[in-house]
Design a protein around this ligand. Structure first.
Ligand code: HEC
Ligand code: HEC
Length: 311
């Protein structure tokens, strides 16, 4: 503003005209972009630059092709330093091949061949994100060739295979495809309402158990609580975190033999241990389970609840 004042009248006028001109052009452009009054409509080329996703059936694939043979050279050059010449993974870089039949093992090896569902994911991933230091640097033909080569490393195609739109269908589904199933849980099947819709939506949590299962579970808890709802609630709030799962060596309630043995010391001792803390053979029971806000009485009723439950 200060500078404005020091300008000659003519300069000020020119500046203002300029500003008016800028606003006017913006307004014209805004009209072209429509709706929100700013920005500009994206050109077909601009949209194409972003719209590169590929569907499992190959829709969205660019025109082009690439052979296993060409892929081998490119892969050796640009991928093998991290993923290994055979897709075995160097150091801790991801393994791309092998691992068939390991999914049910304790340490499954999830690779393109053993785990992935669709070749479209492979093509898309390589095109967008690899090679790691220079993402999106591969041409379409190069991407086809390297994709073909990774399939070859997984024994899914022969060494004379050429991947293109024409051969896509042969390899569109990867071996583990049938193990990917639509999620059957009811809350994933939302249907969009088109008429007579609810005016207000209330968010509620859907129980994953049926009403009968919930009732049965409630019944068991109530039976165990046997008039000791307070004990059940203290247990759930302060003790279950360890005693439900057995974390840190805490005895679980369904390990009835353990509780029988412990009860040999007498209920009063167990209550004392729960209040004051107890270092036993399996771990450390912290005083009051670490909840010093609980009264001794609270802890006592929780122990009674546990013993009734474990009986
Ligand atoms: C400098 C090391 C490096 C190079 C070179 C490299 N990658 Fe990767 N690659 C990675 C890393 C790291 C990841 C994991 C990225 C992540 O999880 O975000 C990865 C992930 C992948 C995956 C997904 C693996 C999975 O199971 O999730 C594929 C497929 C892949 N790379 C292919 C390639 C191909 C093809 C090339 C060559 C064009 C290549 N990479 C080059 C480091 C590399
Ligand atoms: C941080 C985990 C943890 C929490 C929370 C916890 N416990 Fe424990 N509790 C243990 C462990 C571990 C043991 C087993 C100690 C051993 O015998 O080695 C144990 C043992 C016990 C025992 C048996 C003691 C004995 O003499 O055998 C009782 C009773 C008990 N806990 C009650 C409770 C109650 C009541 C609460 C809640 C107020 C609670 N615990 C919260 C870890 C926990």
């Amino acid at each position: 503003m200060f500078r404005f004042l020091k300008m000659s009248k003519l300069k000020t006028l020119t500046l203002m005209l300029l500003l008016v001109a800028v606003f006017a052009t913006t307004a014209v452009n805004a009209k072209a972009a429509g709706h929100y009054g700013y920005g500009k409509a994206a050109s077909v080329e601009e949209i194409a630059g972003w719209d590169i996703d590929i569907r499992p059936d190959g829709r969205g694939l660019p025109v082009g092709s690439g052979s296993v043979e060409d892929g081998e050279i490119l892969y050796e050059d640009q991928c093998a330093s991290c993923h290994g010449s055979f897709g075995e993974g160097v150091g801790r870089y991801p393994v791309l091949a092998g691992g068939e039949g390991t999914l049910t093992e304790e340490r499954p090896e999830k690779t393109v061949g053993s785990f992935w569902a669709h070749t479209s994911t492979l093509f898309d991933y390589i095109r967008r994100a690899m090679p790691f230091p220079q993402p999106a640097s591969l041409s379409d033909d190069e991407t086809y060739a390297i994709t073909a080569y990774v399939l070859y490393l997984n024994d899914l195609v022969e060494d004379d295979f050429v991947l293109s739109l024409d051969t896509w269908e042969e390899v569109a589904k990867l071996p583990n495809n049938s193990n990917f199933v639509p999620d059957p849980r009811p809350d994933t099947q939302a249907v969009r309402c088109m008429k007579d819709c609810k005016k207000e939506v209330k968010i509620v949590s859907e129980p994953t158990m049926t009403a009968e299962e919930v009732a049965a579970a409630d019944d068991t808890i109530l039976k165990a609580a046997a008039g000791n709802e307070k004990g059940a609630s203290v247990y759930n709030g302060a003790c279950a975190v360890c005693h439900n799962s057995g974390v840190a060596g805490a005895p679980t309630l369904d390990d009835k033999a353990t509780w029988k043995a412990r009860l040999a010391l007498g209920e009063a001792t167990l209550i004392k241990h729960a209040i004051e803390g107890f270092q036993g053979d399996t771990g450390m029971m912290p005083p009051k389970g670490g909840r010093m806000d609980l009264s001794d009485e609270d802890v006592a009723v929780a122990v009674k609840f546990m013993l009734a439950e474990a009986e």
